[in-house]
Design a protein around this ligand. Structure first.
Ligand code: GAR
Length: 188
């Protein structure tokens, strides 16, 4: 049994999509949803599926083994970041080499890096008058948005598009591709 743990800081629509997808796949289970924000809606979503949740502080993540201990306790073998805001510390990177995936809502290396999260990314795309945006699914390393790319998909950006319009298009790509890309990594 492959056990997935999902890290999220916000609404968790990607997390829920991944949970639903793997409910239909034998041999893979989402066993834990973790968040650094106790008010994250992702925690409510996880409860709906009776998936255990774990909330931690930035300090606990960076300076203790609490998160790692919990992941080990549940035998999580792959970590999925879905709108997770904090940098993954070195102790997790060492224990999960090439087993931590992130999704970024732009075509990296464009509009990536510290502070480039959610709507900030889509605003940046519109301000830059980009004609294309999309998603990047990549391995996580010690730098924001710099691990090896696994998959990219694109969507057109019209000159009339608002950041909210771009967000909708990018979210569609996320829904379609993120679970499938995770599944393909798991089957390697
Ligand atoms: C998603 O669009 C994800 O790509 C983005 O945050 C959103 C979370 O939405 N991630 C980043 O910006 C990472 N730098 P969700 O909470 O509804 O899944």
């Amino acid at each position: 049994m492959t056990k997935i743990a999902i890290f999220a800081s916000g609404s968790g629509s990607n997390a829920e999509n991944i949970i639903q997808y793997f409910q239909g796949i034998q041999g893979v289970d989402v066993v834990l949803v973790l968040s650094n924000r106790k008010e994250s809606y992702v925690l409510t979503r996880a409860l709906k599926y009776s998936i255990p949740t774990f909330v931690f502080t930035k300090n606990e993540l960076n300076n203790t083994t609490k998160v790692l201990d919990y992941l080990h306790k549940l035998n999580a073998s792959i970590l999925i970041l879905a709108g997770f805001l904090l940098k993954i510390p070195i102790n997790l990177l060492i224990k999960y080499p090439n087993k931590i995936l992130n999704i970024h809502p732009s075509l990296l290396p464009l509009h990536g890096g510290k502070g480039m999260y959610g709507m900030n990314v889509h605003r940046s795309v519109v301000e830059n008058k980009d004609q294309v945006s999309g998603i990047t699914i990549h391995y996580v390393n010690e730098h924001y948005d710099q691990g090896d790319y696994i998959f990219q998909a694109t969507c057109p950006v019209l000159s009339s598009d608002s950041p909210e319009d771009v967000k909708q298009k990018v979210q569609n790509l996320e829904r379609i591709h993120y679970p499938k890309v995770i599944a393909s990594i798991l089957s390697e």
